[in-house]
Design a binder for this molecule. Structure first.
Ligand SMILES: [Fe+2]
Length: 493
């Protein structure tokens, strides 16, 4: 992994001067917010990578009232009887219009031996105690399992059913390829549409599951997460940058440049956002990490980013080259370049980096944005020069003109993931059936409507992708909320 930049300056070291504080309702708190909170937590603890992850470590993040409360975190590895105190948590203050001011706390968990079970607890100075169990990140010599689903935080029954099925599959981590939260990436929307489903106290199809507290979550930012950048309209928007705690090691640049669209609003709104986001904005939009024997790149594929920018392209090339020891290479971003659905078909701007993925020996690319499941043949794509343009969107996030990307497509039709398990090229997976309304169900049984690169198109049921990664073998399954296997391929090296 490219060295992660340490960035703790923006986090305020927690004061242990415990002041008298009330966990009761605060003036001005909105109804749904109050309904979501439990005990001293505005949002219960959830597991993240951290801004500069190190082997054997995870981050735990939680939200609490904007008062000093003597928070502390302990870890107890499996087989040990006593708790080990962790370093004092740090916090950033979120004081934006639209939600009650609150603090986002973060502490590092030294989780212990790779793949080992550990317990952790988060305590306040008044005796409240939250405890959960999780697994330490796996090492390169250990098999691991991850789950992928996008377009999920819509507040639907299907979102909760997919959350529950994910919990049943027991992944080591969950990857969300964007559109984490609808409709505008707002803190207030996370309160009602995200935390309740993925951090439910009990696992049940109609409730969701206690996933976030027990399973590492990683996410790419989709258009519904970070494309609405007018704080005058959505003052608690862009919450991705203050609620997620992910590696800060990717390419970035100035606002208004090729990689970072301007954030608008009054000076006060802008300051409140930047204070809440700290160094996560804008850098956290792109990053890379290692898990087990795999290397991952997570990219911002929103229309506001110029994927043809030479510096952006060079970063992806260099990052893949630096991951030469990784057995597997995965890339995740929101907008798919290879999509057969009528919905979002014109958005093909991400195809411009296909040759980079091929040269960097990427095995699988995971996308969302299109609310169904699609698997491509292993493919190579040589874009025709000058035909890839950055697409334009109206203020509602809808694409305006057509920006199809032409080029030369080479398909490995002999790969079937069963008898032939050695793909020639990159396999592109659309897995955006995580909760929101499905797209183009009429196309599932109409292969004549699919593009030549598509081999599977499941658009009538919500589903998630489950991948088992071993040293020389990978098994990908697409699973419905009921546990039905909809697709399966094996890839071997
Ligand atoms: Fe989307």
């Amino acid at each position: 992994m490219i060295a992660a930049r340490a960035s703790t300056a923006a986090w305020v070291l927690l004061s242990f001067t415990a002041l008298a504080c009330s966990h009761g309702a605060s003036p001005g708190a909105a109804g749904p917010e109050r309904a979501a909170r439990q005990g001293p937590f505005v949002v219960k603890p959830y597991l993240q990578f951290g801004e500069a992850p190190r082997a054997g470590e995870l981050a735990v993040v939680w939200h609490a009232d904007d008062v000093d409360a003597g928070w502390a975190v302990d870890v107890r590895p499996d087989g040990e009887s006593s708790w080990r105190p962790m370093e004092p948590p740090k916090f950033r203050r979120v004081a934006v219009a639209g939600v009650e001011p609150h603090r986002v706390y973060r502490a590092t968990l030294r989780a212990g031996a790779p793949g080992g079970r550990f317990a952790y607890r988060v305590r306040d100075g008044k005796g409240a105690d939250f405890e959960a169990e999780a697994l330490a990140p796996k090492s390169a010599s250990q098999p691991h399992r991850f789950a992928v689903f996008g377009d999920c935080g819509a507040g639907t029954p299907e979102e909760r059913r997919i959350a529950h099925r994910t919990f049943e599959e027991k992944p080591d981590f969950v990857m969300i390829p964007g559109d984490i939260i609808y409709d505008r990436g707002r803190a207030s929307e996370y309160r009602t549409r995200f935390w309740p489903a993925y951090n439910a106290d009990r696992p049940a199809p109609d409730a969701g599951a206690p996933l976030l507290r027990s399973t590492l979550f990683v996410a790419a930012a989709g258009n519904h997460d970070i494309a609405a950048r007018d704080l005058a309209k959505y003052p608690d928007g862009l919450a991705y940058f203050y609620y997620w705690c992910q590696p800060l090691n990717g390419p970035t640049g100035p606002e208004g440049g090729p990689l970072v669209a301007p954030v608008t609003g009054s000076p006060e709104q802008k300051k409140a956002f930047l204070d809440a986001a700290g160094e996560a904005f804008p850098r956290m939009a792109n990053f890379s990490f290692d898990y087990g024997n795999a290397h991952w790149i997570v990219l911002d594929a929103n229309a506001t980013v110029d994927w043809a920018d030479p510096a952006f392209r060079r970063w992806v090339e260099d990052d893949l080259a630096a991951a030469k020891d990784a057995r597997w290479r995965f890339v995740c971003y929101h907008q798919p370049g290879f999509n057969s659905s009528r919905s979002h078909f014109d958005e093909q701007h991400t195809r411009v980096l296909s040759p980079v993925f091929e040269a960097g020996k990427v095995d699988l690319v995971f996308n969302g944005h299109v609310h169904n499941y699609q698997r491509s043949y292993p493919l190579r794509f040589a874009p025709t020069p000058v035909q890839v343009e950055a697409p334009a969107f109206d203020e509602n996030g809808r694409m305006v003109p057509s920006h199809k990307s032409n080029g030369r497509l080479t398909l490995d039709r002999s790969f079937d993931g069963k008898d032939d398990t050695t793909p020639e090229g990159v396999i592109y997976i659309v897995t955006g059936a995580g909760g929101n309304r499905l797209y183009n169900p009429e196309q599932q049984d109409d292969p004549s409507s699919w593009q030549p690169f598509t081999v599977k198109h499941i658009s009538r049921v919500h589903s998630l992708t489950v991948v088992d990664v071993d040293d020389s073998k990978l098994t990908l399954r697409q699973v419905s909320a009921d546990g039905e296997e909809l697709d399966r391929i094996v890839v071997t090296k």
